[in-house]
Design a protein around this ligand. Sequence first.
Ligand code: NI
Length: 257
Amino acid sequence: MIFDTHAHYDDEQFNEDRDELIGAIHEGGVGRIVDICANADSYRAVLELAHRYPFIYAAVGVHPDDVGKLDEAYFSQIERAACDDKCVAIGEIGLDYHWMVSPKEVQQEWFRRQIDLARRLKKPFVIHSRDAAADTLSVVKDEKSWEIGGVMHCFSYEVEMAREYLNMGFFLGVGGVVTYKNGRKLKEVVTYAPIEQILVETDCPYLSPTPHRGERNNSSYIKYVIEEIARLKNMESVAVEEITYQNACRFYNLSDS
Ligand code: NI
């Protein structure tokens, strides 16, 4: 069975056919999904989905592009939402110096505050890091994040950087990019990383794998990601599927039955 560890089914791109699509998701071999907050205000919709479907879990947090909307009162709301029984992680949180919607210092401050939230709630966290390799690593190390546990979602850096996270016991989130012709860097990382520290993800509706690149993504397309990981690691697809499912259960503290 497939575990989609990072999805955004609350996104408006699913408004037309969300329930239909999710209702048929098991037929595509998908067992579990974690739906993750991509905006400051998406936690309500994310938790609602997680309560509607037993096999969907939530990650609550504020994306670095949206931390400008945070203040103490709003952060308290996020904190309350993150206490929900179906919330299995804090995310996605981190640093995005590509869009640089908020200044670096502001992003770093809220990244630290949300790592601290993960520590207090004893839940792992999901990192979004874009064009911010050095600062992400320094915050993560400074916060002794190996005591909490994390995943580098949509890992986009070099093998040397992957080694740093793997050594801290972190997981690497691998999605559609690994199937792209220009995905050489990620293919190298996947070849290098132990399969026990890889999670598969869609980031749907974004980042559809080949042969659906450019279309709206959904969890059933993860099979293409799994096939490519299997090819790179010279394993059977079914073994990659089973091991990454177990990895995800371990990471999110869910029983594997
Ligand atoms: Ni995402």
